[in-house]
Design a protein around this ligand. Structure first.
Ligand code: GLN
Length: 441
């Protein structure tokens, strides 16, 4: 597939024929189920859009039955920015219901297959976007990342996925999962394309109260693979990863050294604390955000005997099992008897995680870690929800600390699946992040 950088040079007529080509390819690879719908707005470069980002006039469902048929009344800010920069939203991509999951199996549209091995999961929750880019069914895509949902599917499908600093990209028009963690970001064929797409979608937005009111300029025109950086590696943190991931990690360290970067060893706290803090924070916020789906204001309604029964029937029928599990967990940790023991404690742990990162970034420019403990696994391999939560150990602390990070393929495992690693930077240090990523490409 043509890269985003190359696509910027295409004429209107060439873009129109590219779209026709894409449509034919998508139909030919329909079994992947990367897209849930093909649509198109404008004459620009086609960009695949995760089904939780609003495009005016399109259905937007966050992969949930409760929103099937709901039509977005306005454009998300990122969509306005795409349209203003010669890009066209092109199709909605499949995702885990309300972005809750790591495999794209919990979507109401059924699972998405990993284009590199159809028996394997594409990762999640932005599995549709990752599969679309990896299979050559999109020039680039947008995903959202609450606890790894851009970076992990990128790693599983062998593409580049980038999560910006919290507040860097407007969340206006993004279906909320956990508002203090969610960020929209680019999923692309290479690092330069990620920087190009990042430049377009980032920036202050008064419509999002958590948007960062700053302007650090663009990064794609200042990419520099020759800057020498100080990069932290975290051997203790990596020891629980599979052998293929550890091998890729060692290889990447050598590549970084050869590129002239300075490597220093650091330690990060046991990721079991990240898991607890994340799943308490994310489910608490999700419970609050999903309270709006009551069958009255949005989406599908199942009439009950009275109002309360209508709420009950609507939500019991509309939400899938994983979403219901998280709503229950979130209500539990927010309930008055347990609030201090769980929710408040999780916020304290979150602060410690932020402080730990801050301290490391006083000394280094970037941190190198795995994205996931192992490469893409077969469908059904993680049937226990807790096991699936544990597979997020390497991505979630980045969201808890609000940091920018980029996941990119660095190696191929014996089974032929890609191994991704991630670089993490200090808040707003996206330029350094992209520069460092060039050394691993
Ligand atoms: N797998 C994580 C979860 O289910 C992260 C999902 C995401 O980033 N949206 O919460």
């Amino acid at each position: 597939m043509i890269t985003l950088k190359e696509a910027l040079k295409l004429s209107k007529a060439e873009l129109a024929s590219l779209k026709e080509e894409l449509k034919a390819k998508i139909a030919a690879k329909a079994e992947l189920n990367a897209y849930v719908d093909i649509l198109n707005v404008g004459e620009g470069i086609p960009i695949a859009i995760k089904d939780n980002i609003q495009v005016s006039g399109w259905s937007v469902t966050s992969g949930s039955n409760i929103l099937k048929g709901y039509i977005a009344p306005y454009n998300a800010t990122v969509i306005e920015k795409l349209l203003a920069n010669g890009m066209s939203p092109f199709g909605r991509t499949n995702m885990d219901e309300f972005a809750m999951g790591s495999t794209t199996e919990s979507s109401c549209y059924g699972k998405t297959l990993n284009p590199l091995n159809h028996n394997c999961v594409p990762g999640g929750s932005s599995g549709g976007s990752a599969a679309a880019v990896a299979a050559g069914l999109a020039v680039a895509a947008l995903g959202s990342d609450t606890g790894g949902s851009i970076r992990q599917p990128a790693a599983f499908c062998g593409i580049v996925g980038m999560k910006p600093t919290y507040g860097r990209v407007s969340r206006y028009g993004l279906g909320a999962y956990a508002s203090s963690l969610d960020q929209i970001g680019p999923m692309t064929q290479n690092v330069e394309d990620a920087a190009i797409l990042y430049d377009i979608i980032q920036g202050y937005d008064p419509k999002d109260s958590t948007s960062a009111d700053r302007n650090d300029g663009t990064v794609s025109d200042k990419l520099d693979a020759n800057v020498k950086l100080k990069i932290a590696i975290v051997p203790d943190y990596v020891k629980d990863a599979s052998e293929e991931v550890r091998k890729a990690y060692a290889k990447a360290i050598e590549a970084l050294k050869n590129a002239g970067h300075t490597i220093v060893e650091k330690s990060l706290m046991d990721p079991k604390y990240d898991i607890s803090a994340y799943y308490i924070t994310a489910t608490a916020e999700a419970t609050t955000n999903l309270a709006r789906y009551d069958g009255i204001r949005y989406g599908n309604r199942v009439e009950g005997e009275n109002l309360k029964d209508t709420f009950l029937q609507t939500r019991s029928n509309g939400f899938g099992p994983e979403v219901q599990r998280r709503i229950m967990l979130g209500n539990f940790v927010l309930s008055s008897g347990y609030y201090d023991a769980y929710y408040v404690k999780a916020q304290k742990v979150r602060r410690l995680i932020q402080e730990e990162y801050n301290k490391i970034f006083e000394e280094v420019d970037l941190i190198l870690t795995p994205v996931a403990p192992r490469t893409a696994y077969e469908f059904g391999a993680l049937s226990d929800p807790l096991e699936m939560y544990l597979s997020d150990i390497y991505t979630i602390s980045v969201n808890l600390a609000g940091l920018p990070a980029i996941s990119l393929p660095v190696d191929t495992a014996e089974n032929g699946m890609p191994v991704g690693l991630q670089l993490i930077a200090a808040p707003y240090a996206e330029q350094t992040l992209f520069n460092g990523a060039l050394s691993l490409e």
